[in-house]
Design a protein around this ligand. Structure first.
Ligand code: HEM
Length: 554
């Protein structure tokens, strides 16, 4: 009922606004037409430009006057006339600035950039109200034109809400909901045990090893494919496509994102190099989708594969007499891109890299190693629990999880302390909305500031402190704060979260059971300091290189 009332208000508001805007434009056309002839024939080129600029400024001014009649946008930094808050929008670790804005302006902050509205949600309460209770309005994604041009538009994470997104989301859910995810546990544990072997022989390569682990788990699940530790042919194919994404930050590509109309420029025109670049990328993405997919089909013909996600989807689609090949290929490719091994610090700056689940898993695990090197006391407590419950004659299993509350709290704290995507993935509004008396327009980009939510001192006192004990009640039981905010919100919440949760937990508990992680020492035997805040600047928060020693527990 409440939602319907808001819906009504927003429609009223939208209609009211567009009628007045139309009148405004008509009024100006009328005013200008008698002048047009004389001005444009007698004035020089610069004069015409000045006139146009004057008209734009006047229109903006009148729109501003007019806007006093409507509900305000949520509070935020004051915008400039045309460029909005482009100067205020941070490029480095933006979640920190947005958290500051939250302290200054409140739960909901508004900014603009060249007419694009950006709304930042800084509290769990408001995130639930908007992303969950009003999910019909807040579940879209913003338009990023270059993504479409480059052939990545079939990636579910960037898709607009619609039948195609629903179909792919359903496919993912069938294969990654809690009961289905359980089927992958043997594979996950098996690959984690391979990681332990790798750590034993080359502990200094732990970053590479956790990257291989995440790619190996997901490729085996989705395609029934075993990734080779080096020079893997599928991985190099996805590397090329992903590399292209990393390169898509040249001015033409940036311009087409800011002014989508430029996508209609023919590729031969000067300045339209982005069209040729996009065509090359489309070709690579196509190959990346088809090659592993054909691998599964061949295996099925040979009677080898029937357990992978793609094989099961194909069987189900054939049984229904339908051809969902395109959707199956696209859904699987989300995971496949994850196998790419080209993740340099430069690439982490790129918004596209939010797409790749493998990177998110790797980032969470790297934060775990970092936290353990920094907090030996906490590590010892977790190891003591594992030794007491599991003993030292076998490795931990998933079945042990309910009996290991401290390890559970440790997992929650790793995911809270350094959320992998501190701003989640941007949502978009599919209709105008009014919330707490503020107007939120259709097409706005809405960011859930997970960083601010995990820093809310009323839930997490001393939020920068790594402290798993915060998840226990006064009488020593695990509390019920088990929502991992790092997985996002509402209808767009991470669809692989149960599976990712299992990978991260299994890796943590197995490493703790077998290894001791500490700060590395220099040649003089002094500990090398680790800066807990030395994280990447881009949209994914990823610990930058740090040294630690990893030795088998005795
Ligand atoms: C620690 C690991 C991971 C983290 C922290 C993580 C986090 C996220 C976040 C924050 C979102 C956006 C949610 C939103 O829009 O509100 C997301 C979306 C998504 N994630 Fe994950 N993710 C992880 C691993 C995975 C894995 C392993 C898979 C695949 C098996 C996966 C598949 C997806 C997909 C397909 C979406 C897009 C959903 C949509 O737009 O409808 N993620 N993830």
């Amino acid at each position: 009922m409440l939602t319907q009332t808001f819906g009504y208000a927003q429609r009223e508001h939208g209609a009211f606004r567009s009628v007045h805007c139309r009148h405004l434009v008509q009024l100006f056309i009328c005013l200008l037409s008698p002048l047009k002839q004389s001005l444009f024939t007698h004035m020089d080129y610069r004069g015409s430009l000045a006139l146009i600029a004057f008209v734009i400024v006047l229109l903006k001014f009148i729109e501003k006057l007019f806007s006093k009649r409507r509900l305000p946008f949520p509070p935020g930094p004051s915008p400039q006339l045309l460029s909005g808050n482009i100067r205020d929008l941070p490029t480095k670790q933006p979640w920190l600035t947005y958290t500051e804005w939250g302290r200054c302006y409140g739960d909901l902050v508004h900014a603009t950039a060249f007419g694009q509205h950006i709304v930042i949600v800084n509290s769990v309460k408001t995130a639930v109200e908007l992303f969950e209770k009003r999910s019909h309005t807040y579940s879209d994604r913003p338009v990023i034109t270059m993504i479409d041009l480059m052939g990545w538009e079939s990636n579910i994470a960037f898709m607009h809400v619609g039948n195609r997104w629903r179909q792919q989301r359903r496919m993912f859910q069938q294969h990654f909901r809690p009961d289905a995810s359980r089927n992958y546990r043997p594979t996950q544990m098996n690959k984690v045990h391979q990681l332990l072997q790798g750590l034993l022989s080359s502990p200094q390569d732990f970053r590479e090893l956790i990257k291989t682990l995440a790619a190996a788990i997901i490729m085996s699940t989705v395609y029934g494919y075993e990734v080779k530790p080096s020079n893997d042919r599928f991985v190099s194919l996805s590397e090329s496509a992903v590399q292209k994404v990393g390169e898509s930050v040249f001015p033409g590509a940036v311009a087409v994102n800011a002014f989508p109309i430029l996508k209609y420029l023919p590729s031969w025109m000067p300045g339209a190099g982005f069209q040729r670049f996009a065509a090359e990328s489309r070709q690579l993405v196509q190959e990346m989708r088809e090659v592993p997919y054909n691998f599964v089909k061949q295996n099925m013909r040979d009677g080898v594969d029937s357990k992978s996600m793609v094989a099961k989807l194909l069987e189900a689609s054939q049984a229904r007499g339908r051809s969902d090949e395109d959707a199956i290929q696209a859904a699987a490719a989300v995971a496949y891109a994850a196998g790419a091994d080209t993740v340099s610090p430069f690439n982490f700056q790129n918004i596209f890299f939010q797409l790749f689940p493998e990177i998110q898993t790797v980032s969470a695990l790297a934060s775990f190693f970092l936290a353990m090197a920094l907090h030996p006391g906490i590590q010892k407590k977790a190891q003591h629990e594992i030794d007491t419950v599991v003993g030292t004659h076998r490795l931990p299993e998933f079945e042990d999880r309910p009996s290991l509350p401290f390890v559970e709290a440790l997992y929650r704290e790793v995911m809270r302390w350094k959320p992998v995507l501190p701003l989640g993935l941007a949502h978009g509004t599919s209709a105008h909305d009014v919330y707490n008396g503020y107007f939120i327009p259709k097409g706005a980009t809405v960011l859930g500031n997970i960083w601010a939510m995990t820093r809310d001192e009323s839930f997490y006192p001393e939020p920068e402190c790594f402290n798993p004990d915060r998840f226990f009640t006064a009488d020593g039981r695990l509390n019920n704060d088990d929502t991992i905010l790092a997985f996002g919100f509402g209808r767009r919440i991470c669809v692989g979260r149960h599976y990712a949760d299992a990978t991260v937990w299994a890796t943590m508990v197995s490493v703790l059971a077998t290894f001791h992680i500490a700060k590395a020492k220099d040649s003089a035997g002094n500990e090398i300091d680790i800066d807990p805040n030395n994280y990447s600047d881009g949209f994914i928060s990823h610990p930058l290189s740090f040294a630690c020693s990893i030795n088998p527990s005795v």
